[in-house]
Design a protein around this ligand. Structure first.
Ligand SMILES: [Zn+2]
Length: 194
């Protein structure tokens, strides 16, 4: 499968040389659609990879930073939008893999595609929203709700805070000594309390 070669990293000059390290950057198209839910990376979407390959006694330790663009459907208003996405992963590719889920060094290369796919899919947002304050759809009309109607409850002042604000204002008025000193410098008591 030629397209998978894009995710192969040669480790020929790192094999059995603990302490050696290589860093490489690539841009690779997503081999297929990644993600099954409301958020996904489409096939062909560029993946920017910063890869660090470290030779250790057991094999090659790979640390990769992946950046791409995620396409998502807003869970509230159903709009499809795109958003920047970044994920890191680290995997040991062993010379002699011992466990079923451990990756191995194949000849003179490692294949980053399986761990990259797992890292991206696991990090995709599970319940994406187009913006934090998306008001969503009106359950009756199916139309996008007015943003003001949904935002209003959030700006309502808690009665306890309203009482505190009144207390602060009155305590500033009841400080005549300081207020007199401040007035010499041309400031009013109201502006001095802020
Ligand atoms: Zn939305």
């Amino acid at each position: 499968m030629p397209e998978m070669r894009a995710f192969r990293e040669s480790v020929r000059d790192l094999l059995h040389r603990p302490g050696e390290m290589r860093e490489r950057s690539h841009e690779v198209p997503a081999p297929e659609k990644l993600g099954e839910g409301l958020a996904w990376v489409p096939e062909g979407e560029p993946l920017s990879l910063d890869v660090r390959l470290e030779s250790v006694h057991e094999g090659i330790l790979v640390t990769a930073d992946v950046r791409t663009t995620v396409h998502a459907e807003c869970g509230r208003c159903l709009t499809v939008f795109t958003t920047p996405f970044q994920v890191e992963f680290q995997e040991l590719f062993a010379y002699t893999p011992t466990e079923a889920d451990e990756y191995g060094v194949h000849g003179d290369h490692v294949d980053l595609e399986p761990p990259l796919r797992d890292a991206v899919v696991l990090a995709l947002p599970f319940q994406p929203v187009c913006r934090p304050d998306c008001p969503g759809l009106d359950p009756e009309s199916g139309e996008l709700r007015e943003a003001e109607a949904a935002v209003q409850p959030d700006v309502e002042i808690d009665p306890r805070w309203a009482a505190l604000a009144g207390f602060e204002a009155s305590s500033a008025e009841n400080a005549p000594v300081e207020a007199d000193e401040e007035s010499d410098s041309g400031e009013t008591p109201g502006s001095a309390s802020k």
